[in-house]
Design a protein around this ligand. Sequence first.
Ligand code: BES
Ligand code: MN
Ligand code: ZN
Length: 503
Amino acid sequence: MELKARAKDPFKVKASCLILGAWEKGFSTPLLSRLDQTMQGAIRRAVRSGEFSGKKGEMLILHPSPEFPAQKILLVGVGPRNQFDLEQLRQAAGRALGALVGQHLSQVVCALPLLAIPQAGLAERIQATAEGSLLATYRFTRYQSRKTLQETLLPKGLTLLVERPKDLEQADQAISTATRICRAVSLARDLVNEPGNVKSPEWLADQARAAAAEGEFNCTVIDRQSLVRDGFGALLGVAQGSEREPCLILLEHLGGPADAAPVALVGKGVVFDAGGISLKPAEKMDEMKMDMAGGAAVIGTLLAAALLKLPINLVGVIPAVENLPSGSAIRPGDILTSLSGKTIEVLNTDAEGRLILADALTYVKRFAPSLVIDLATLTGACVIALGQHASAVLGNDQSLVRQLIKAGESCGERLWQLPLWDEYDQQVKSEVADLKNTGGRPAGTITAAAFLKPFAEGTRWAHIDIAGTAWRDKPAPYATKGGTGVGVRLLLAYLQSLSCPRS
Ligand code: BES
Ligand code: MN
Ligand code: ZN
């Protein structure tokens, strides 16, 4: 789907379908009154009959007379005017485009960016519209036959309307930004959706290499032998139950001054989590192919940052392993010596994410980063606490946490903070080693972070638990069922706020 911006009157532009937004109970906008007149009161009648009221999620298809330049009109409800913000715009665009997939349309014209939003400029409205539209048309088609592919056919072109010709330059820029970001989100989704039989740690490393070639950034893969030599004992402990060799993927985008400390991103890369000897129940175990979503977000973020040429230095680290039960797997009660030298009593082999992250957090200190952010599908407790609508954030630096929360609000990938008080530390203290890898049922998301805390000591650090947000079992306005690519837009919004701070 080709995106472009045009400065045209919505009622004078040729289109197979024209998308128009309508406020809830607010049909008095000049645009809709004009349309209603042209269509002899068709909109008024639809409202009166209760067919359409402008509520969020409502859609109405209108067929204007043959002399009207658009063949049909898709009227989208965008909810109350005083609640309309960039996220509502993204969702409205997503719902609209989602409804047009599979219809074999050639030119779709979208007038949603013309809807005003207080405190949001044109560029932001264009970017949000483009993001919602592009992400709603994402499909994981790699394993579909030609017939099912027909049902996923996208419009050929999408035109976003602006008011004045002098807006076009800004709009084109915003479209190009959104296109690059959505490319990266789609890659992250693809990586998460790929089935476990294909998705070995080595495969993930190959995908990271391909992304690095596409974005022209660096990718180095540290193999098992080197991990053994350097003493990544916690990571290797998790990996030893699988026949697939683990690796550590290192990504570098060097867009800033050579002497500037990098921002470090760490992503959990468990390509499949069966739980190990502490085997998970069968129900929904298939979904555990998504346990590398943190790693996918880091690969996606590096790609987006490189495509957008962000003027910062960025390091990405992804510990990649598979967690399976076997005769060579770690047992409950085993004690591992981590890269940091700290020893860990493994009480539950299903708490593997924190083990590989411990070594990755230790490793990343070699780059003397200005701050570290890790993303991980770390705890089922996070799904219980926050569900699908927010990721959890915890950290040792409140200003970093605050900035991340703000970035999340701006892009629609919301974060909610949980406390990381020292009182929780005793739940992960072991009697026989320095730490144990489970803290019992109370506060499971917090104690997982409390486990990570000593490994991040000495650096500004935030941990984001995406267990509830990385995967959807139902489609959302601009996400299909499956991997969401969560984290890419969040981290990018945060990194952009670093490179051009706005109030
Ligand atoms: N990958 C899982 C967490 C998870 C659960 C992610 C559901 C997405 C959806 C993680 O490795 C895990 O198994 N965590 C355990 C930890 C427990 C044994 C302390 C959990 O949350 O049950
Ligand atoms: Mn697990
Ligand atoms: Zn896991």
